[in-house]
Design a protein around this ligand. Structure first.
Ligand code: ARG
Length: 493
């Protein structure tokens, strides 16, 4: 027996001293990520235990002093252990003696680890939100310069209808705005405290869960103590949102790679790479890696959800393997978001080349059908006339307005009762065949017309400013809780 021996590790002693499975069991190296979180949780819990009269002030002082030393020595100086919680407790007992063991009164590693994960993840979510806001800012800055730059809009990779570059860029900004919203909601559900749930069944001690939540900056408690230690739904939610964000990023990366390939976009050298053999090459490697990040993120989601699937209540060690999926995913996606923001902010759009391409592939055809329909031709008939005109155009003449006009006239003659002139004037037809006028006429809410784009820009900038403020408020709330905790701790030292 080694009941008196405080030199071994605090939790396992020599009954489970290790053996072949020791490193398999240990999460210590992965736990570096929650080292600071665990120190904060230890401090808040110890302060609360003293305030509640559960632990004497002298032991508290010694424990808090030991935690200061452990923090200063750094993660690398921790004794070996099954995880960071055990290693820190061992280090406290090494310094304080058996009284240090009072730190773990009225808690379990189950509520401890769940609290640490939430404490760390909420900070990571704020970083992710900041990165997404940075990307939105870059998209809006480019959009503001290109409200009137026409470009081809695509469906099935084929030129479909002319639009503007601003309209295209807003389409991504809108998606990333929703990701900001989703991440913010996930933050709210992450920022709740499981501490005080014990192993799962609460405790006989008269603890104050609200107090530890307050000292750690959590907005709410996870009430049910079994739910509090069992659930990793907040991880699942965050990782799913990040995987969705990465999927959208991959689309933007893919588009940008294609645009760079056609010289519609010139990437800054910092976001490109070279070939080791072909001297002329400038490759869009950074964006290709952004495109690939979706693979890592969806692997993270899959790894996490299959680890969690079928776990019985309340705590099972499988949960230890769930967390690394979360860290990998949030790191990958946040970095990919930052890189995309940088690539977009530094890229040069080739306005004239985009405008030249805007009418490619008879992309104004829908506007012609709309014009005929507005002059009394049933839309389906108008669609047939223009489809027939498109068929009459040779592939080389698809973008030529003279050829387009002639083909439309010929098709109308075959398919309509009256000649084309009796439905639409030459000027009206010329206007819809002009990509710029075509874009300007599509001024429905959210459409590409410059007027609608100006409104969209204002809305988007306002939303971004609000999101930036909300982010600052959340950071301030966390910083102020940290200050309170620091103050409480120093009062004992
Ligand atoms: N390292 C563990 C984890 O990450 C901490 C909790 C250990 N709890 C237990 N009952 N073995 O989940």
């Amino acid at each position: 027996m080694s009941g008196e021996d405080t030199s071994g590790n605090a939790v396992r002693r020599d009954r489970f001293s290790g053996g072949p499975a020791r490193s398999f069991l240990s999460s210590l190296s992965a736990d570096e990520r929650i080292f600071d979180a665990d120190l904060a949780v230890d401090r808040a819990h110890t302060v609360m235990l003293t305030e509640q009269g559960i632990v004497d002030a002298e032991s508290t002082k010694a424990i808090l002093a030991a935690l200061e030393e452990i923090e200063a020595a750094g993660f690398g100086a921790l004794p070996d252990g099954e995880d960071v919680h055990e290693a820190i407790e061992t280090a406290v007992i090494d310094r304080v003696g058996p009284e240090g063991g009072r730190m773990h009164t009225a808690r379990s590693r189950n509520d401890e680890v769940a609290t640490c994960i939430r404490y760390r993840l909420r900070g990571d979510l704020l970083e992710a939100i900041e990165a997404v806001c940075g990307l939105r800012e870059a998209l809006l800055a480019s959009a503001a310069e290109h409200v009137s730059t026409t470009m081809p809009g695509y469906t099935h990779l084929q030129p479909a209808q002319p639009t503007t570059l601003a309209h295209y860029l807003y389409s991504y900004e809108a998606a990333f705005r929703r990701d900001t919203e989703r991440l913010t909601e996930a933050y709210g559900r992450t920022n709740r405290s499981p501490l005080g749930a014990g192993a799962f069944a609460g405790t006989t001690f008269d603890i104050d869960r609200e107090r530890t939540a307050e000292l750690l900056g959590f907005e709410l408690l996870l009430e049910n103590s079994m739910d509090a230690v069992s659930t990793r739904d907040f991880c699942l939610e965050s990782v799913a949102i990040l995987a969705g964000l990465a999927t959208t990023l991959s689309g933007l990366a893919e588009d940008s790679i294609g645009f760079a390939n056609r010289d519609y976009l010139t990437l800054a050298d910092e976001y490109a790479s070279t070939s080791s053999i072909m001297p002329q090459k400038k490759n869009p490697d950074a964006l290709e890696l952004v495109r690939a990040a979706a693979g890592e993120a969806s692997a993270g989601l899959d790894g996490l959800s299959t680890t969690l699937k079928g776990l019985p209540r309340a705590y099972n060690r499988d949960l230890q393997e769930a967390t690394p999926h979360v860290w990998r995913t949030v790191d990958t996606v946040t970095e990919a978001t930052d890189v995309t923001a940088g690539a977009i902010a530094t890229a040069e759009w080739n306005g004239p080349a985009l405008a030249d391409a805007a009418a490619e592939g008879f992309s104004t055809a829908t506007g012609v059908a709309d014009l005929l329909a507005s002059q009394g031709v049933p839309f389906r008939t108008a669609h047939e006339v223009v489809a027939s005109a498109a068929e009459r155009l040779g592939s080389g003449e698809l973008a030529y307005r003279e050829a387009q006009r002639a083909a439309i006239e010929a098709a109308a003659e075959d398919l309509l009762d009256d000649p084309l002139e009796s439905y639409v004037s030459r000027e009206a037809l010329a206007a819809v065949l002009d990509p710029e006028e075509s874009v300007a006429s599509r001024d429905s809410t959210g459409g590409p017309a410059p007027q609608a784009a100006h409104e969209a820009l204002e809305d988007a900038q306002e939303a971004l400013a609000d999101d930036g403020e909300a982010l600052t408020e959340r950071r301030e709330a966390l910083a102020s809780a940290q200050q309170t905790l620091d103050k409480e701790v120093s009062a004992y030292l």
